[in-house]
Each structure stands twice: as structure tokens, then as C-alpha cells.
Ligand binder design. Sequence first.
Ligand SMILES: *[C@@H]1O[C@H](CO)[C@@H](O)[C@H](O)[C@H]1NC(C)=O
Ligand SMILES: *[C@@H]1O[C@H](CO)[C@@H](O)[C@H](O)[C@H]1NC(C)=O
Ligand SMILES: *[C@@H]1O[C@H](CO)[C@@H](O)[C@H](O)[C@H]1NC(C)=O
Ligand SMILES: *[C@@H]1O[C@H](CO)[C@@H](O)[C@H](O)[C@H]1NC(C)=O
Ligand SMILES: *[C@@H]1O[C@H](CO)[C@@H](O)[C@H](O)[C@H]1NC(C)=O
Ligand SMILES: *[C@@H]1O[C@H](CO)[C@@H](O)[C@H](O)[C@H]1NC(C)=O
Ligand SMILES: *[C@@H]1O[C@H](CO)[C@@H](O)[C@H](O)[C@H]1NC(C)=O
Length: 370
Amino acid sequence: MLSQYLLPLLIPFSSFVAAQTCTSLTIPVNVSAQTSHITLPEPVDQSALTAFFINYTTPSIDYPDSIINGTRQLKAQYKIFGKLCTPKDVKPNGTLEFATHGIAFTHAYWEVGGDKSEFNYAAKAVASSHSIFYYDRLGTGASSQPDGIQDVQSTVHVEIAHALVQYLRQGKTGHTFGKVIGIGHSFGSIISVGITAKYPKDFDDVILTGFAIGDTSGLFIGVAGFGATIASELIPNLKTSNSYVVPGTPSSYQAGFLQYPNYDPAVIAAQFKIRGTATIGEFTTLAAPVVPATNFTGRVLVVTGITDSFFCGGNCAENVNGTTPPNLVAGLYPVTSNFSSYIPLDTGHGINLHFSAPTTYNLIERWIGA
Ligand SMILES: *[C@@H]1O[C@H](CO)[C@@H](O)[C@H](O)[C@H]1NC(C)=O
Ligand SMILES: *[C@@H]1O[C@H](CO)[C@@H](O)[C@H](O)[C@H]1NC(C)=O
Ligand SMILES: *[C@@H]1O[C@H](CO)[C@@H](O)[C@H](O)[C@H]1NC(C)=O
Ligand SMILES: *[C@@H]1O[C@H](CO)[C@@H](O)[C@H](O)[C@H]1NC(C)=O
Ligand SMILES: *[C@@H]1O[C@H](CO)[C@@H](O)[C@H](O)[C@H]1NC(C)=O
Ligand SMILES: *[C@@H]1O[C@H](CO)[C@@H](O)[C@H](O)[C@H]1NC(C)=O
Ligand SMILES: *[C@@H]1O[C@H](CO)[C@@H](O)[C@H](O)[C@H]1NC(C)=O
């Protein structure tokens, strides 16, 4: 009885795992970016850090604006760690997905559950005959971890992503690609929007997951629930300074990313253990890349869970200006060739962590096409 249901699931799995080749890469990236000069010292301890987040989540004041004093020109070289996975029969002119993770994750967001898991997005992309490059954002995982206030900021992420796309498009990895499709999650979607606005030729099409606009209450609710805690005090072997934070407890992780009980607790426990860092510089400059992408002519797909905390204040079906927050994103793309959105039910902000993920992945891969 059981095997009747399991077999059709298991067979395609083992075959696409076998057909996948992944290479780990450490790519040196030279960055030149205009950053915000943030007039804040490193928090001396957890209480000083918490004071920052209490101010940050006071809806009536524009706290980030109050601690920015002009701009600076940053020039630096960083190491970015990423993985390039290709189908075994990779075609010279095929499609590459370029995936940027969000806050509290690393590149591992795109391979949740490991090789054989139905939550592994990269494996699904490769099974759909796409290649995929996914990486640790500056500050996270095995990438460089510079000053968390002045250097790890949103505009720097946009420049790094742009440099990586050029690297991949120029065939520096030994593979050439006909199309590059950007896909982001959450803050990774914010960075992807920044790419489409500043470098409209980088992506042929873009997929923004865990993203919406028009309900700013979500940011205050989400960040307050995040329980930001000094990362090096909770994650073994981490040497980062006090401006690097992680969600403090499994309940803060649940508040930010999950819709109870529509996920596998064992998968979540493993993800919580390897959760990624975020920095004060990122929180302070969080939304800066979100501006209209007036020259982006590619297609746009928004995929946001129905109870997304950060971007919809817990309800992506709410009415804002006659439509929903995910659909308001169309306003950022006046010349797109096609805008569409998909709202997975029974799903919170951390889309890839829910039981709905395999269905969502099928939809995304079909949307991308060949
Ligand atoms: C980055 O900068 C270094 C030192 O300035 C230089 O040697 C290197 O060629 C540059 N790399 C790229 C990819 O531009
Ligand atoms: C938080 O805001 C208060 C009141 O404006 C201010 O006195 C304090 O310095 C701020 N704390 C931090 C960490 O920015
Ligand atoms: C802001 O920058 C200007 C020019 O560098 C400087 O004179 C001023 O003291 C700074 N203000 C704060 C609050 O840091
Ligand atoms: C590669 O793909 C591009 C864009 O899809 C297309 O214009 C070009 O003709 C293709 N080249 C080859 C050699 O297939
Ligand atoms: C957008 O297109 C206009 C008109 O061609 C051009 O002047 C502008 O520089 C472009 N902006 C970007 C960011 O590509
Ligand atoms: C809602 O509509 C008003 C009036 O047209 C406009 O000023 C505002 O920017 C819109 N808000 C969003 C989030 O689109
Ligand atoms: C836009 O894309 C969606 C999803 O691929 C498709 O269903 C729809 O027909 C497209 N709309 C137009 C006007 O082409």
C-alpha cells in the first residue's frame, strides 16, 4: 500500500541525483560600491545590540535614516564561495539559474535536506535541465566576513552579484550559458531587484521569492520576532564581530520563516543549526536596492508564501491599493514582457522549508522553461 505511493516519488529522485554534477568554487571579486556611512560603533554586548533592534522596530521613526551620515566609496577584494551544479548532459548554450539566499541562510538554502531531499531546489533545477549557481552572500558561510557595519551592506551585495554574473556569462567556469535567470529569496530577492534596476541586461528573467512591497508593517513584525542575537555567542567556531547576528531561538526562527505545522521538524532543526548570519550594515541598508527597474524587459515571477511575515505582515492576501502586496511588485517593472505571481498556500516566508516546496519548484522550473 505504502510502496505504491512511495515508488513514483523515489525513482525520479535517485535518477536526478545521479545526473547532477556540482563544483565548489571560491571566486575572488573586486568590488567598487557606494556604501552608507553608518554612525554606529560595534555593539559592545548583547544589550547594546538589542537596543539597536528596539530602535529599528519602532514604526514611528525612520531609525536607519537617523544613523546614516552620507556615503563612502568602498573598494575591496572579497572571496565568494559558491557551487555550480550542471546536468550531466549540459548543453553549451543552456539556461543558468543564479540564486541569492536571504537573511538567516547561506547557499545551503538552495539544497535544503541534502542530495536526496525533495526540498533540494538545486537538484530540482538540474533535473529540469538547468544549471544553477548559488553562493554564500558576503558575510555568510565560507565567503569573506569583513566589517559588519560599514562593508556588509546591500549596495555591496548588488555589485558582488553583478560581478559574479559577469564571471559566469564570460565562461570563466568552463561552461557557457545562453540565458541567465536570477532567483532570489527574501533579502536575496531585494538584491535581485537591485540587479534588474542597475544592470538590466544581467538577467534574462527574474524570480523573486519571499518578496512583496506595500506593507511595511511586516518588516517591523518580522525583525522584532527575529530575536537577533550576537552570532559568535551561539554558533560554534564563528569568529565574527558583534555586528553579525542570527535568530536567537527555534521560536524566533519559526516566527520569521515558518507556517506551523506545514514543515518537517527534523529538516527545520538541521536548518536552524546551520543558520546564516546577517549584519547591522545589512539591516540598516536593507531596502535600498528596491527601486523601479525601469529598463528591465525580461519576465518577472513573484513567489511568496501566503503567511509571509516580513513582506506581507503575515497575510499576502490582504488588500493594498486594490491588489495584494506580491502583485504590487508589478509597479517596479513598467516595461517587463510578462509579470505573474504565485502564492503557495500553507507556506510562510521560508518557502523552501515547507511541504509545499516540491510543488512550488515544479511551477518555477516550468515557468523558466528550456
Ligand atoms: C582585482 O584587483 C587585484 C588587485 O588590485 C588585481 O590584481 C586583480 O587582477 C583584480 N581582479 C579582477 C578580476 O579584476
Ligand atoms: C536608540 O534611540 C534612542 C532614542 O532616540 C537613542 O538615545 C539611542 O542612542 C539609540 N540607540 C542605538 C543603539 O542606536
Ligand atoms: C557627518 O559627516 C560630516 C562630514 O563628514 C561631519 O562633519 C559630521 O560631524 C558627521 N555627523 C555625524 C553625526 O557623525
Ligand atoms: C544561444 O542562445 C542565444 C539566446 O537564447 C541564441 O540567440 C543563440 O543563437 C544561441 N547560440 C547557439 C550556438 O545555439
Ligand atoms: C535606461 O535606459 C535609458 C534610455 O535608454 C538610459 O539613458 C539609462 O542609462 C538606462 N539605465 C540603466 C540603469 O540601464
Ligand atoms: C497606493 O496608492 C497611493 C495613491 O495612488 C500611492 O501614493 C501609494 O504609493 C500607493 N502605495 C503602494 C504601496 O503602491
Ligand atoms: C505571463 O506568464 C504567465 C506564466 O507563464 C502566463 O500564464 C501568461 O499567459 C503570460 N501572460 C501574457 C500576457 O503573456
